[in-house]
Design a protein around this ligand. Structure first.
Ligand SMILES: O=P(O)(O)OC[C@H]1O[C@H](OP(=O)(O)OP(=O)(O)O)[C@H](O)[C@@H]1O
Ligand SMILES: O=c1cc[nH]c(=O)[nH]1
Ligand SMILES: [Mg+2]
Length: 213
C-alpha cells in the first residue's frame, strides 16, 4: 500500500485549526470539506482518463475526459459523510456507495450497521472517505467489502492516520491483493489506551455532528 502524506502549507494550517479543541462544529465541517478537496487533488492523480476531441472557438484539439464509470465514492458513516461533498463537487457524476460502521469503544472492533454498495465492482476504481484511520478496523472492513465485489484499485482519503492502523491495513491489502493507496493530511504519533489517535483531533463524528448517544 502506497501511503502519501500531502505536505502543503494550506493543509497544515487547516488541519491545525481542525485539531483545536475550541473549533466549533460548523467550522469543523467547513474545514473538513476544504481539506478533503485539497487532498482530492492528490488522491485523483491516477484516475483513469480517455482522449477526447474538443472544438475550441479557434480549432479542434485532443483533450482529456474522465473515463466512465467514474470511481465509486464510499464514505464510511458517520464521519466520512463530512468528506463527501468535498469530493463530489469535483466529480458531480460519480456514484456514491455507503458503508455504516461504528466502533465498539470497548473492544475497538467496528460494527457494520449499513452497507449499500453496487454488487459488482469488477474493474472499478473506488475512493473511500473516512477522516480517521486509528486501529484500522473500520477502513479494513470497508476494503474487504469492496475487494470481495471485485474492486481492483482503491484510494482511501483520511485526514489523520495512526502508524498502527496503517500497518494493519497494509497487511490486509497484501492478503486481498488489491492495489491500494492511502492519501492522508498527517500521520500522527500513536494510539492511546482508548484507541484514540494522539495528538489527533478527538472523535471526528462527534465533532462534526454532536455526540452519538
Ligand atoms: O480505525 P478504527 O479504530 O476503526 O477507528 C476509526 C473509525 O472511528 C471513527 O468512527 P466511529 O466508530 O467513531 O463512528 P462515527 O463516525 O459514527 O462517529 C472514524 O470515523 C473511523 O470510522
Ligand atoms: O482518534 C480517533 C480514533 C477513532 N475515531 C475517531 O473519531 N478519533
Ligand atoms: Mg465517532
Amino acid at each position: 500500500m502506497e501511503v502519501i502524506t500531502v505536505e502543503h502549507p494550506l493543509i497544515a494550517h487547516k488541519l491545525t485549526k481542525l485539531r483545536d479543541v475550541t473549533t466549533d462544529s460548523p467550522t469543523f465541517r467547513r474545514l473538513t470539506d476544504e481539506l478533503v478537496t485539497l487532498l482530492s487533488y492528490e488522491a485523483t492523480r491516477d484516475i483513469r482518463v480517455t482522449q477526447t476531441e474538443v472544438q475550441t472557438p479557434v480549432t479542434r484539439m485532443n483533450g482529456t475526459a474522465l473515463t466512465t464509470p467514474y470511481p465509486l465514492i464510499v464514505p464510511i458513516l458517520r464521519a466520512g459523510l463530512g468528506m463527501l461533498e468535498g469530493v463530489t463537487r469535483l466529480m458531480p457524476n460519480a456514484e456514491v456507495g455507503f458503508v455504516g460502521m461504528a466502533r465498539n469503544e470497548e473492544t475497538l472492533e467496528p460494527v457494520t450497521y449499513a452497507e449499500r454498495l453496487p454488487r459488482d465492482l469488477s474493474g472499478r476504481q473506488c475512493i473511500v472517505l473516512d477522516p480517521m484511520l486509528a486501529t484500522g478496523g473500520s477502513l479494513g472492513g470497508t476494503l474487504n467489502f469492496l475487494a470481495s465485489r471485485g474492486a481492483d484499485s482503491i484510494t482511501a482519503i483520511c485526514l489523520l492516520a495512526a502508524p498502527e492502523g496503517i500497518e494493519k491495513v497494509r497487511h490486509l491489502t497484501e492478503e486481498l491483493d488489491v492495489t491500494t493507496r492511502l492519501v492522508v493530511a498527517a500521520v500522527d504519533e500513536r494510539l492511546n489506551e482508548n484507541g484514540y489517535i494522539v495528538p489527533g483531533l478527538g472523535d471526528a463524528g462527534d465533532r462534526l455532528y454532536g455526540l452519538a448517544e
